[in-house]
Design a protein around this ligand. Sequence first.
Ligand code: PLP
Length: 405
Amino acid sequence: MIDRAREFDDADPLAKYRDRFDLPTDVIYLDGNSLGALPRATLARLEQVIRGEWGGGLIRSWNDADWIGAARRVGGKIAPMIGAQLHEVVACDSTSVNLFKLIAAALEMRPGRKVVLSEPGNFPTDLYMIAGLERQGLGKRKLASRESIVGALDNDVALLLLTHVHYKSGDIHDMVALTKAAHDAGALVLWDLSHSCGALPVDLNAAGADFAVGCGYKYLNGGPGAPAFAFAAERHHNTMHQPLTGWFGHNAPFDFSDDYEPAAGIDRLQCGTSPILGLAALEVGVELISEIGIDRLYAKSQALSEFFLAGLADCGLDLEGVGPSNSDERGSQLSFRHPEAYAICQALIARGVIGDFRDPDILRLGFAPAYLRFVDVAEAIRHLVEVFANEEWMRPEFQTRNAVT
Ligand SMILES: *Cc1c(COP(=O)(O)O)cnc(C)c1O
């Protein structure tokens, strides 16, 4: 298997990009879907921003280094990856906060309708943000299983909120069909692209999507807690109103007026001062991922996960897969169900193979194509086979739960 992996690596047009990331040599990183790796250029860029722009430029850098334009500039670099126009995306806040803003905005745009429809098992923060708004008297949460979402789109639904690629199973929703079904029912749609953006092609405008959010620290490699992004279709720019009306969403923040007047366009989704250091790191990750190109990344991620599945079969390791077996129908990850998934994950981590565990019994392995090699996949399989051969998960130290999994 290792020989075949070497052949694939030799033929891989993306192989050269691995060196653009600063990865530990003793680790096989199968968790780029949870925290993307560190691009080498990030260190130099942050040093320049900290020493030069902050230390030297001080407050002048708002203009001289275009700090003031950073949220829009980085948003504009994300836009082509998700089928948005440059002025439809802004990089700001966390995904959770952007969900809050856009759910509230959508509810106001559909007076007379209360329901925010989502699915059970959606990423927790999406469900919690709907519930939090409901507590404030805004909207009402309703959950419908995948198969029954279309049927649940009645004339009480103001907004359909779904995660495009499911964080656990990797299942991809049909964005075009569901957006159309929601619109036909008079509802708006908000897509969470946290597991899509930077991993597979997304075309929000081709689907007619209204709103979207996504994460900066996963496939965009923006670093822990990187700013997220928010998309709003141009047609909504002057009619949407979000509740976090901070001064950076104001039409003229530096007029210091007593009265709030929303900015024209996407800027009204901003709230407070941008985290410039976080945006600088995110910008490096976004530039690198767009340089490599989403289509090539997606093709390689499919090849990697197929290589993994074929390798498992060759070794006779019969793991219960969760989610689609066809790589066209899943994101850049594979998930397996096992009663000892937690301890298996710990045993792999002890061997330097870093994947993650999702409650209650899912072992999730991400194939971030920008830096993962086929030899890494082959080695991961070898470790997995050894873990199973020795039932290594039985060791007490692998059974103890950590706070962060
Ligand atoms: C990772 C992730 C988030 C992250 O939310 P933050 O508020 O940025 O931490 C949100 N939604 C989904 C689907 C995710 O996978």
